[in-house]
Design a protein around this ligand. Sequence first.
Ligand code: UTP
Length: 289
Amino acid sequence: MSVIRKAVFPVAGLGTRFLPATKSIPKEMLTIVDRPLIHYVVEEAKAAGIEEFIFVTSRGKSAVEDHFDQAYELENTLESRGKIDALKELHEWLPEAGTVMYTRQPAPLGLGHAVWCARHLVGDEPFAVLLPDELVLNDVPCLKQLVDAHTKTGGNVLGVFDVPRAETNRYGILDVISDDGSLVEVSGLVEKPDPERAPSTLSITGRYILMPEIFGYLSEQQKGAGDEIQLTDAMARMIGNGPFHGLRFKGERHDCGNVNGFLRANIAFGLTREDVAPSLKEFLSGLPL
Ligand code: UTP
């Protein structure tokens, strides 16, 4: 089975749910504890064996590029002040030179369009897509679980999770042929179905392994929900052409793309950090709830 070497990170959205913060700061640079959202997903991709990191950016997103570049002034200052541990840490997570690529999405025409913008950088091989506003807390990183599943099944593999039936009208929902409790075989994708009509309660999350044929479907540039070019629509048209699975990944999913989810993620991730958890717990337990 093919190995997944490349990952696409769409970061060209407007982040309107976080205005006014996102007027001048990319949503993907908002921090969970002390690192930006995009930092977590790049680390997740690395842990899954990804070697090439493709960012789909837009105007106003240069902070994302700077984050993954060397910062001479800062590094010199850390060195001259003897902050060697901080300096070492900065170098540790920096992707190797030549492994990070950027392309631009000229206008925020939708997630499908953003992924399509990466077509020449991806080429003709299966690849991963990670949405930085969804984070998963787990020992085995979410994308690694998908890569392992793909090694067995081949084809497209989507990260999926169960939502309450009453909320299916907020998500892209899978229609499934079989379900072994972990891996499901997908027969269809339905955008935001009413609870009584939803074919399952399994929703797509922000982790995908896609076959390069997706670019052919995306190039049709069909607009869907919200008048945007939706990745879900192109994926739905691919079903039937080769294996298509969903993986109920293990871990706690955090939707950091809205303010409530973002605040919760800060607490959840903070509680996993030895340096932060004790004082955070003390603060939380003292709150008049
Ligand atoms: P979202 O829909 O959650 O992000 O897309 P958004 O549009 O920036 O946020 P809101 O709804 O206005 O608050 C998920 C991911 O896809 C990227 C976003 O940057 C985000 O990382 N995206 C979305 C693009 O790159 N291009 C698009 O046209 C749309």
